[in-house]
Design a protein. Structure first.
Length: 379
């Protein structure tokens, strides 16, 4: 009997045993660095470097978007299981690490001299990094509001900049508009915080409002006592009566700012925003309670994530200033001035940053009334 050999079905050769270059599409990837030229050989090494680094940014942005969408959907659930929060923290830390690598890439761009960059800069005009759709999508998924955005000096909005030159919708604009229809990570985190039990009671439980009021009043009292102690130490260094008066006014203002933060006006979200802020404060001030350990890590990681994004923006501005100074940007913006404005204005998790101002020492923290509610349970 003739020996039979098994052959893979037509069209599947190599599918079960791929090569490295097949799996990550090396040939296609290496063919993408020619910019507007017909052949990469027409470009200088400086221009290929510029194209390559920005392509790497877009690949990192793609990964960041995937992580942020997963996080948003996770916290948007009606029930978020505490045992799954560690995965959310791992995802947030991954995004932070990616932003750090993006900052590293800016150092590579800084190897361009001003003259060598200017040799190909005109090819970019009127294109601009302002047109990075994925950067806009990241901002949207995080929760940046349109009202917070800085328009170009021409009055052009971030959506206008994504239109094709004839004013029609581009694929980039369509992707950004589709992203705007979803819930943001900030909204999902707010929903999660709103449901967080304070003193053992969630918002729908009987007595929840009273428990919230007790916690807020106790915390304001503890905070005021700590501010007064700090003020007394500062007064000891004052040399003139007017110095003492000025210091006293600043410390009293700190108390008023906490009161305004924990009792927001209706225009700031009223009772709902008050509970969200109080829940975040309750979590970060009680990390010793077992069931609050991972929620606290989530809040810390969110601040770290936003800090990573802010550092990337600020570092990008300094790279641009180092390479081209303060000339007009390729897209018609004020260049570095515009970048600096966005780095200062774009904050999403403002409440979490503000809470850093109002935290107090562990020994001054009011004792939680229902600590057993936050203990690990058997069975």
């Amino acid at each position: 009997m003739a020996k039979q050999t098994t052959k893979p079905p037509a069209g599947t050769v190599g599918a079960a045993t791929p090569n490295y270059w097949d799996y990550i599409r090396v040939e296609e990837l290496l063919a993408l660095q020619k910019g507007l030229a017909a052949d990469e050989g027409e470009l200088s090494n400086d221009e290929v470097l510029f194209i390559t680094v920005h392509q790497v940014f877009e690949l990192w942005f793609k990964l960041i978007l995937r992580e942020l969408r997963i996080l948003r959907d996770f916290f948007h659930q009606d029930l978020v299981h505490e045992q799954e929060l560690s995965r959310a923290v791992a995802s947030l830390r991954r995004v932070v690490t990616i932003y750090r690598r993006c900052v590293d890439h800016l150092e590579v761009v800084e190897t361009l001299s001003t003259r060598n960059y200017l040799a190909f800069r005109d090819k970019l005009t009127p294109a601009s990094g302002f047109q990075s759709a994925q950067m806009r999508q990241i901002e949207i998924v995080l929760g940046l509001e349109d009202a917070q955005r800085v328009n170009l000096e021409t009055g052009e909005s971030y959506l206008d900049a994504l239109r094709a030159h004839d004013g029609s919708e581009s694929p980039a604009l369509r992707r950004v508009l589709a992203e705007k229809r979803g819930v943001s990570l900030k909204q999902a985190i707010d929903e999660w915080l709103y449901r967080t039990p304070i003193e053992g009671l969630g918002p729908k439980k009987e007595g929840a409002d009273e428990a919230l009021a007790r916690f807020v009043a106790a915390y304001e009292s503890a905070h005021a006592a700590e501010v007064d102690r700090t003020a007394a130490l500062a007064f000891a260094r004052a040399r003139r009566p007017e110095d003492t008066a000025s210091l006293g006014a600043r410390f009293e203002e700190e108390k008023r700012r906490l009161a305004a933060f924990l009792h927001p006006r209706d225009s700031e979200g009223g009772a709902r925003r008050a509970r969200i802020r109080a829940a975040a404060l309750f979590i970060i001030q009680n990390p010793e309670l077992p069931l609050l350990a991972w929620p606290r890590e989530v809040l810390s990681a969110l601040v770290e994530l936003e800090q990573g994004f802010l550092v990337f923006r600020q570092r990008h501005a300094r790279m641009v200033e180092r390479v081209i100074g303060r000339r007009v940007g390729t897209g018609g913006s004020s260049g570095v001035d515009y970048l600096d404005k966005t780095a200062l204005a774009y904050r999403v998790f403002e409440d979490l940053w503000t809470l850093r101002t109002f935290q107090i020492q562990a020994k001054a923290n009011p004792e939680p009334l229902e600590p057993e509610f936050y203990a690990f349970r058997n069975g």
